[in-house]
Design a protein around this ligand. Structure first.
Ligand code: NAI
Ligand code: A1CAB
Length: 263
């Protein structure tokens, strides 16, 4: 059985942990290092690396803490040199982890997203060519417990992945927030505005998932010539300040920020 050491059990760590347990990982095969010491039932939780039970030798150490604290958090884990190290942090490069874990460390960098909490995430992984297939398979199966998994060879793409799918759920939630606010402004009662925005984003997402039509076709299917949608899209797709231009700027900004976090 795969022994897992999870370092950081916040939003992403807890989503992954729930996925592993649901997939049949035994709670006894997981140790969580989390200073806030949440009650995780029969999963052992310790407040710091110093309290990891002696004799627990993980097959994989997963870093799920914020990028800004990673340089302080990682070094004590170099003692698990025979493990695979998996990071889900934005920005932080494989070279950064190698500098802290040693030249022989086997490292995989991954970028999941918060729909992992409902097993509908998408994660992209990246590893150097020297990383064995067995290590890649282990990462793949751990991350498939919370959704789809893909791989890229070019690490530079990880910052773009982060900007599109890592941060992407926030763009969709913002869209729902904005639709709700706009409905309110046009006179809908608050509860109805909230319900319509949530159900519309969720329903459109499900249609997108199940349909084989392109996103463009799905949009056109809603848009009658001279109708209401066309009136709205003339605003949303305007060359100046329309969603396509804004999204392009937003993804570029997030990509730049990922590069800044590299360290
Ligand atoms: N929230 C998101 O949408 C996504 C986040 N990520 C990445 O996942 C990582 C974690 O992000 P979140 O789960 O959102 O953050 P979070 O703040 O919810 O969780 C981080 C956890 O790390 C814990 N922590 C702090 N110091 C620690 C230490 N020394 N040892 C062990 N645990 C420690 C904190 O108590 C906290 O519970 C980040 O690197 C982020 O870039 C990746 C994809 C999506
Ligand atoms: O905002 C962030 O930096 C993290 C990475 C992707 C989603 N949240």
């Amino acid at each position: 059985m795969t022994k897992i050491l999870l370092v950081g059990c916040g939003k992403m760590g807890s989503a992954m942990l729930a996925g592993w347990l649901e997939r049949g990982t035994s709670p006894g095969d997981v140790v969580v290092v989390e200073p806030s010491c949440p009650d995780l039932g029969s999963v052992r939780v310790v407040a710091s690396h110093a309290a990891i039970p002696e004799g627990f030798v993980p097959h994989v150490v997963i870093f799920a803490v914020k990028p800004q604290v990673m340089a302080d958090v990682v070094p004590p884990y170099a003692r698990f040199g025979t493990s695979l190290f998996l990071s889900i942090a934005a920005g932080k490069t494989i070279a950064f982890f190698r500098s802290l874990l040693g030249p022989d460390a086997v490292i995989v960098r991954a970028m999941p997203n918060t729909p992992a909490a409902v097993r509908r995430g998408i994660t992209v992984c990246c590893a150097e060519a020297s990383v064995p297939a067995q290590a890649r398979d282990l990462c793949g199966s751990l991350l498939e417990a919370v959704g789809e998994v893909g791989w890229v060879d070019d690490e530079a793409l990880m910052d773009v992945v982060t900007a599109v799918s890592g941060s992407g759920p926030a763009y969709i939630f913002l869209l729902a927030e904005a639709m709700e606010a706009a409905g309110l402004a046009q006179g809908l009662p608050p509860a109805l505005a909230e319900r319509l925005a949530r159900a519309t984003v969720a329903g459109a997402g499900e249609l997108l998932r199940l349909s084989s039509e392109t996103t463009q076709q799905l949009r056109q299917n809603v848009t009658s010539p001279g109708g209401t949608t066309a009136a709205a899209l003339a605003v949303l797709m305007a060359e100046k300040n329309g969603i396509p231009g804004l999204m392009s700027e937003a993804v570029a900004a997030a990509t730049r920020r990922g590069r800044e976090l590299a360290g």
